[in-house]
Design a protein around this ligand. Structure first.
Ligand code: 13P
Length: 282
């Protein structure tokens, strides 16, 4: 059943667990993710990202109806979220397509410009009954986790940002990074605690979930992170399973291959739901 993004995150905040937001690069991944949520009796966020570097991904126009149908038919609270909207046009398009929430990623912009753009997107979303996530601080794609520079979300800036934009959720930077880590990260849980204490009304989001240690995940979930984005870990498991299927099956066929993808993605999503403590919360 479709539930609003804001309600899913508010419930997580009250219940001290996090909801997984799982990136779907294919229809099979979306199927597997929803099957996992139903089996785990967990709320779930399906998300589709705007990734300029991967222009061959199925466009959001094609993914949206399929994911929305899966979410609507699910026996657990589910919603569809636009991950990393880069332009106003994409955010507006996602709203038109029926996404339940959108993210505008202005983290690379100067603070005032990030505020300006995020406030426009928040207003546009709210006017259409859609919820809104923004990001503050640098969640790198390539910055070295051993870099000592303070790229983390600033506590006072986070409060100003929330006040000026009217967002439903804030993605923060505490040493997290998208994609494969160059070294095991150690998240700055003290900074997370400070941001959460300063902004008790706003659910916080951790991007770059893949590669995080269970210890850090647990510390995040218990200290204010209500949504965790996971993509790379799912893709890695799916690719390994495809390789094993093709290498070992005497007569590989497409239908079985699709089932391998669905099953493997489901197992990877289930594993994360257990860590995030969202199992049984639907
Ligand atoms: P990972 O690929 O590192 O799991 O990051 C996913 C993400 O944050 C999508 O927004």
């Amino acid at each position: 059943m479709i539930e609003s993004f804001a309600n899913i995150l508010k419930d997580a905040q009250r219940g001290h667990y996090a909801v997984g937001a799982f990136n779907c690069f294919s229809l099979e991944q979306a199927r597997g993710a929803i099957e996992a949520a139903e089996e785990a009796k967990s709320p779930i966020i399906l998300q589709v990202a705007e990734i300029a570097e991967l222009p061959d991904l199925p466009p959001i126009e094609l993914m949206a109806p399929f994911c929305l149908e899966l979410a609507a038919k699910a026996s657990v609270p589910a919603c569809l979220h636009l991950d990393h909207g880069k332009t106003l046009e994409t955010c507006a398009k996602a709203i038109r397509l029926g996404f339940n929430s959108i993210m505008f990623d202005g983290a690379a912009l100067p603070f005032e410009e990030n505020v300006r753009m995020s406030a426009i997107c928040a207003k546009m979303s709210k006017g259409a009954g859609c919820d809104f996530e923004a990001e503050l601080g640098k969640v790198g794609d390539a910055w070295n986790v051993n870099d000592k520079a303070d790229v983390f979300t600033d506590v006072e800036e986070s409060a100003r940002f929330i006040e000026l934009t009217g967002i439903d959720a804030l993605a923060i930077a505490i040493g997290n990074q998208h994609g494969k880590y160059v070294a095991t990260p150690k998240l700055n849980i003290d900074r997370l605690k400070e941001i959460a204490a300063r902004n008790p009304g706003t659910p916080l989001v951790l991007h770059g979930g893949s590669g995080t240690s269970i210890e850090d995940f647990k510390a995040c979930v218990h200290n204010g992170i209500c949504k965790v984005n996971v993509a790379t870990a799912l893709h890695t498991d799916v690719v390994a399973a495809i390789k094993q299927y093709v290498d070992t099956c005497p007569n590989p066929n497409y239908d079985e291959l699709r089932n391998v993808i669905i099953r493997t993605n489901k197992a990877a999503v289930l594993r994360h739901m257990e860590i995030f403590e969202s199992v049984g919360k639907a």
